[in-house]
Design a protein. Sequence first.
Length: 75
Amino acid sequence: MNSPNFYRIFMLRLWQEADSATDTPAPLRIVLEEPHSGERCSFTSLEALLAHLAGAVEPQEPSNVMSQTVNMENK
């Protein structure tokens, strides 16, 4: 049995600029964008980014996956 296709595309930008006066690193800046929708989310830590990604790709309930698989096979 084939499993349903699921994918998400994200564009990730990370950068950190140093303060030229004190030569200390500024906070990490992170922007995650979904190109299809244009939705952008900003983060100041990798932990926050990973938590967001974990929520964005949560697995579907097994009953939903089964019904989608059956529907796809009947087409």
